[in-house]
Ligand binder design. Structure first.
Ligand code: SAH
Ligand code: SF4
Length: 371
């Protein structure tokens, strides 16, 4: 029988200067209640010391599902003809911003499928400028791969954070998760992340857990990738199937659905222990697998939640995966129950604060200091 991991085992493994995938895999394999409790207490201790037990809200506006890509896992892929394609009007997005302002959420995330048309980019810049002229909200964009010039325009319009998950740090696996049609390249994605960092965005990245063909070794690689890329924010989520995609009922699952939440929580805890002052989101996909998935994420080291502010009538058209929670609730209802649930796990909500990742300021001060 496998020997259980102790607190010292975990800390010794993770603090090794030459940390390797093989050191992380045994932690990802942990499963007993006692082991999970130890990991959780280590992560929470570091969270408390480095970022405090404060949860920052980012109101999520899924403003368009038009996408030029065909990722094998995603319900919004271009070839999924069962999707009603839409883009919210400027006014609808501004209403969501007004709601976020009124509720004292510090920030907004504007997310869409990948659309590189000039018209769409102009639209995004205009909307961001408009929101910034009216409200003191931090703005995060998550609109896929764009040219460096476009990213500069986004920054100039007033957005200051960008989320672009690498999805997987393994180029080989990336090739299995995406069509080889020239539009889906690991290298391009990586270069986008580098551009975003270079031009001054606070950068978020992350990966999925449990996509077909993926092993725990690959996930250990994702953790090392996020550490080495020095990203400021992390979004890790379990893969959840969508019937309109090639990865629905795949034969190639190596992490079964019932284990994906546990592995995601373990990954969050390891990232908190290793990277300390980054922001880590407790993602909606976690809630799709477990009603209290997001609250559990907070208790394993996450400190950001993205309540959904997409107009209720449009949510059913923005299904990256099926069984997305809160589809029928309006933002207000959803927000009230969320607030109570967050308080119930002992966290405070950072109302009215942007909640920028401390890691970002450490990173830029470090890079601008004389060597
Ligand atoms: N188009 C942009 C942003 C929207 S997709 C982009 O791709 O970057 C946002 C995230 O949803 C993706 O990065 C991916 O990690 C996640 N996602 C897509 N399909 C999913 C699924 N079936 N299960 C869980 N997460 C999924
Ligand atoms: Fe498009 Fe993003 Fe979905 Fe890929 S993950 S199909 S880029 S929305």
């Amino acid at each position: 029988m496998k020997k259980a991991e102790t607190k010292d085992d975990i800390m010794n493994r993770l603090s090794s200067a030459s940390l390797k995938k093989e050191d992380i895999v045994p932690i990802l394999k942990m499963g007993t209640k006692e082991e999970m409790r130890i990991l959780q207490s280590l992560a929470m201790q570091i969270k408390q010391e480095r970022v405090g037990r404060i949860v920052y809200f980012r109101g999520l506006v899924e403003f368009s599902n038009l996408c030029r890509k065909n990722c094998f896992y995603c319900g919004l892929r271009k070839e999924n003809k069962g999707v009603n394609r839409f883009r919210l009007s400027e006014e609808e997005i501004l209403q969501a911003a007004a709601f976020a302002h009124e509720k004292r959420y510090g920030s907004l995330v504007l997310q869409s499928g990948e659309n590189q048309s000039e018209e769409h980019i102009d639209f995004i810049c205009r909307v961001v400028e408009e929101i910034k002229s009216k409200y003191d909200l931090g703005i995060t964009l998550s609109c896929g791969e764009q040219s460096e010039d476009t990213y500069r325009r986004f920054l100039a319009s007033g957005a200051h954070r960008y989320l672009l998950r690498i999805e997987t740090s393994s180029p080989e696996l990336y090739g299995k998760w995406h069509p080889g049609d020239g539009k889906h390249s690991f290298e391009t994605r990586l270069n986008c992340l580098k551009s975003l960092k270079k031009i001054g965005f606070q950068v978020g990245s992350g990966s999925m857990v449990g996509v077909p063909y993926q092993t725990l070794e690959d996930i250990a690689g994702d953790i090392l990738f996020l550490r080495d890329m020095e990203v400021d924010m992390m979004g890790i989520g379990p893969f959840v199937e969508h019937s309109g995609t090639p990865f629905y009922r795949s034969e190639a699952y190596s992490i079964p659905r019932e284990e994906r939440l546990k592995v995601t929580l373990t990954m969050i805890a390891v990232l908190r222990i290793l990277l300390k002052d980054v922001n880590i989101a407790s993602t909606t996909a976690m809630q799709a697998l477990d009603k209290f998935g997001r609250e559990k994420g907070l208790l394993f080291g996450a400190n950001v939640i993205m309540p959904n502010l997409t107009p209720a009538t449009r949510r059913k058209d923005y299904l990256l995966y099926e069984h997305k929670p809160d589809l029928d609730e309006d933002a207000l209802l959803c927000d009230n129950s969320l607030e109570a649930r967050i308080a119930s796990v002992g966290e405070t909500i950072g109302y009215g604060q942007w909640g920028d990742p401390l890691h970002f300021f450490r990173r830029i001060n470090h890079s601008s200091s004389p060597s």
